[in-house]
Design a protein. Structure first.
Length: 132
């Protein structure tokens, strides 16, 4: 699903400026380490950038990366955050998240569950801003 709107204003000096824009898209992508078909909701509202996800899988390993689309990343600030257990998984999962627009990556660094052989399941959101 893809939705985009714009609000424009014409100034007396002839300058036209976009006062706000909104775009929302649910993307389904694969991780760089083999986890398939995970969904993320990407929202652009003016200069605000939001990534929302529910019950995505990450490896019970040091790092799982997802590559995000270019349209969402332009002039966006790096942000660190955290996320927690989804509705399934082994329960008690937590991870640090690094949103790195310069590398196009959303990186997950989970607390590794020793003795657990499956993927961890996480839900959360991360918010950043564009600088232009």
């Amino acid at each position: 699903f893809y939705l985009q709107t714009h609000i424009w204003i014409n100034f007396p000096n002839g300058k036209v400026e976009n006062l706000s824009n909104f775009r929302s898209e649910i993307i389904t992508i694969n991780s760089t380490n083999g986890i398939l078909n995970q969904s993320f909701k990407l929202i652009v509202a003016g200069k605000i950038r939001i990534i929302s996800f529910m019950n995505i899988f990450v490896k019970n390993d040091y790092e799982t990366d997802y590559i995000l689309p270019d349209w969402f990343l332009k002039n966006t600030e790096d942000v660190k955050a955290s996320c927690a257990n989804g509705t399934g998984g082994a329960t008690g999962e937590v991870a640090e998240i690094h949103f790195e627009p310069s590398t196009k990556k959303l990186k997950f660094y989970p607390a590794i569950r020793s003795g657990f052989n499956g993927n961890l399941q996480l839900s959360g959101q991360i918010i950043s801003v564009a600088t232009d």
